[in-house]
Structure formats: C-alpha cells, structure tokens
Design a protein around this ligand. Structure first.
Ligand code: NAD
Ligand code: ZN
Length: 377
C-alpha cells in the first residue's frame, strides 16, 4: 500500500464540543504503532451511545473526539508485531477489547477485558492515546474506535477479522447494537425456552434483544416503547404483545403482572433511563425473574425497593451482550450469513458521512432504527 508508514489525511466528522453539530474536517491519521492496525472504514452505524456522549454525558474532557463505534472496514496497514492481520482483511473494530491474557479474558464468566480503554478512561468514554490530529490538536478516539472517519487506528486486541465475503455495510451493526441486544438476551439473561419476556425500548438494541428472546425459544415477548411506530418492526423480530406505557393510567409493571399472572420471567432495559430500569425490575415475577440493564447511562443513580431483590429477583447488567468480542464477532457474522440472525431488517436509512448530523437527528427524533453511513468504497 502506497500509504503504509505515512500519515494519512482524510475526512472525519469531529465533535468539537458537547451538544454542537459534528463538523466535517480534514484530520491526520498517524501510522499504526506496535500492535496496532490502521483501518479504512467502509461503513458505520449510528448508535444511541454516540448520542449519549454528545447530548447526555456531555463530559467536556471527552472532547474533541471522533464519534462512531459500530463500523466495519478493511485493513490498510499494520504496525510492528501484528501477525494475525494483513492489508485487505475485512475487519470490525471492537469498543470492547479481548486481549486474551488478563484475568478477565481468562475467566469464562465475563467479557470485560482489563486492557480495554474503559478500564482507565471510563469517565471520558474515549481513548486519549489517539492517532488523530486536527488543526494541530489531538482528537480523542471515542470508545477506542472512532468510525465516523475514513481511517482509524486501533490496537489489534480490539479488532475482529471477519469473513472475506461479509457485506461490510450490514455486518458493521455487529460492532455494537445487534450483538449487544442479542447477547443480553441469550447470554446475560439466559432466556429459556417457553419463557415470557419483556423488552423495554425498541431501538436496534431492544429489537436485537427481542430477536435473542425469540431465538432462545421464548413463548411470549412483550415489546414496550413510548413510540408506537416501533411496534411493527418489533413484530418482524418476534414480539407477540405491544405495550405503550403512556396509554395506561397505572404503572406498566402492574399491567404486565396482570397479563402474565405475576410478572415476566426475563426483562431487558434497552433505553438507558434509570426510571425504566426500575420498572423493568418491577415487571419481573418474584422467585426467579431476571432483569438486565442494557441501556447505557452514567449520569445518575438508580433506585429500587430492596424487597424486589429479597423476593428472589436478579438484577444484572450487560456490556456488549456478554460476548467475548474478538472470539464472538466473526461467529456472529457467520450466523448472519447463514440466516440464523437478521441484520438487514434493522437498516432503515443509508446516508453519506457528510449527512451524519441528519442521521443523528433521525435517531434523536425516533424516526430510524439504524442509519448506515457509507464512509468509503
Ligand atoms: P434508540 O434511541 O434507537 O432506541 C431507544 C428506544 O427507547 C426508542 O425506541 C425510544 O422510543 C425508547 N424509549 C425512550 N424512552 C422510553 C421509555 N420511557 N419507555 C420505553 N421506551 C422508551 O437507541 P439504541 O441505539 O437502540 O440504544 C439503546 C440503549 O442501549 C442506549 O442507552 C444505548 O446507549 C445503549 N447501549 C448499550 C450498550 C451496552 O453494551 N450495554 C451497547 C450499545 C448501546
Ligand atoms: Zn453502540
């Protein structure tokens, strides 16, 4: 490659400050260092966690940054010591690494690699050891990935090599939302055949959770959202009942308890709202109900009455669906290609990188499930 070893100048959408629109800029992307891979990004989804950082978390120390963490691309060049990847390989960047060596990677109980950016830089949601500069300033790499850019540099522990035939403009969704929701149901909740489930929030994450419940054999899946336009899609993924909490004059947990003789076996919160987290827990049946937090928020505490847990319910959380990232993403790509999981049905819009602010607006106003940005050919 003519660009190997050189700084690449390319287009990226830079978030200079919280809440402001992203700006299209020319950035410089340094060559990959020891153990790193430079990737030409082909396509990326826009996930609510990008919006969270911009509009809800708003931690000024996490800016300027290049957002985007749900991408797919092709290896442009590799740094010293990289043997498992070569230029031309199709890859998915991982916001959660898998070094394979830390005590967490070695333990089958968790996917929380200790070498991930989040172990040290959780507060700013970014990796400050960035390879990006713009206007002579370092630009942070959001969630260690930054896919709203034509090129990015990522440590090999956070890159998954995938099938050569995989369509990048679809499998990019496995870099975050779909793996997250699907895994939260099949791995973290451990949905069982014949069980009754409720999914709160029907964005891509929630719809993927519905798909996970269905694939795990749930007999009834309640889809809960305040935006009724989401119900039609939820049906496609296997939801059987549809509830808008705003349409009832009592708590939706009571409605669910009445409809299920005491509450659901599994509930998944896919909104990122502490009130909904509480409601999801309260919607579970006593004795064995399991509620999983999937929605992302770190701006305030949550609360619940202790009796909820004393009565035998379990409250858990899930990052990246509990999947060990590097091992699982290539398999999930195969699952899609073999028809075991759906991806196409999540895609409602396609745009260019220049239209990223429109894509963000679509999500903010609840008009899309996933908008794919085509970054380069
Ligand atoms: P999205 O914005 O597309 O979907 C959120 C849905 O929640 C929308 O349909 C919205 O109408 C609905 N909603 C809002 N308020 C509600 C309420 N009070 N009750 C019921 N439904 C309500 O977002 P997304 O991309 O699907 O992401 C969902 C959440 O998952 C976000 O919080 C995101 O940050 C988080 N997330 C977590 C992980 C993880 O690893 N844990 C990974 C990716 C995303
Ligand atoms: Zn995401």
């Amino acid at each position: 490659m003519a660009t190997a070893g050189k700084v690449i100048k390319c287009r990226a959408a830079v978030a200079w400050e919280p809440t402001a629109p992203l700006m299209m800029e020319e950035i410089e992307v340094a060559p990959p260092q020891e153990g790193e891979i430079r990737i030409k990004v082909v396509a990326t989804g826009v996930c609510h966690t990008d919006l969270y950082h911009l509009f809800e978390g708003k931690d000024k120390r996490g800016f300027p940054t290049v957002l985007g963490h749900e991408g797919a691309g092709v290896v442009e060049s590799v740094g010293p010591g990289v043997t498992d990847f070569k230029p031309g390989d199709k890859v998915i960047p991982l916001f959660l690494s898998q070094c394979g060596e830390c005590k967490f990677c070695k333990c089958p109980k968790t996917n929380l690699c200790d070498r991930n950016w989040s172990s040290k830089y959780h507060d700013i949601m970014s990796d400050p050891t960035t390879r990006f500069t713009c206007r002579d300033q370092p630009i942070l790499q959001f969630m260690g990935t930054s896919t709203f850019s034509e090129y990015t540099v990522i440590n090999q522990i956070a890159v998954a090599k995938i099938d050569d035939d995989a369509p990048l403009e679809r499998v990019c969704l496995l870099g975050c939302g779909i793996s997250t929701g699907y895994g939260a149901a099949v791995n973290t909740a451990g949905v069982t055949p014949g069980s009754v489930c409720a999914v709160f929030g029907l964005g891509a994450v929630g719809l993927a959770a519905v798909m996970g419940c269905k694939n795990a054999g749930a007999s009834r899946i309640f889809a809960v959202d305040i935006n009724e336009q989401k119900f039609e899609k939820a049906k496609v993924f296997g939801a059987t009942d549809f509830l808008n909490p705003k349409a009832y004059n009592k708590p939706i947990s009571e409605v669910l308890a009445e409809m299920t003789n005491g509450g659901v076996d599994f509930s998944l919160e896919c909104v990122g709202n502490t009130e909904v987290m509480r409601t999801a827990l309260e919607s579970c049946v006593k004795g064995w109900g399991v509620s999983v937090l999937v929605g992302w928020t770190d701006v305030k505490d949550f609360s619940a009455r202790p009796i909820q847990l004393i009565s035998g319910k379990t409250w858990k959380g899930s990052l990246f669906g509990g999947f060990k990232s590097k091992d699982s993403v290539p398999n999930l790509v195969c699952d899609y290609m073999n028809g075991k999981i759906k991806l196409d049905e999540f895609i409602t819009h396609k745009m260019s990188l220049e239209q990223v602010n429109d894509a963000i607006n679509l999500m903010k106003t609840g008009q899309c499930i996933r908008c794919i940005l085509n970054i380069s050919k």
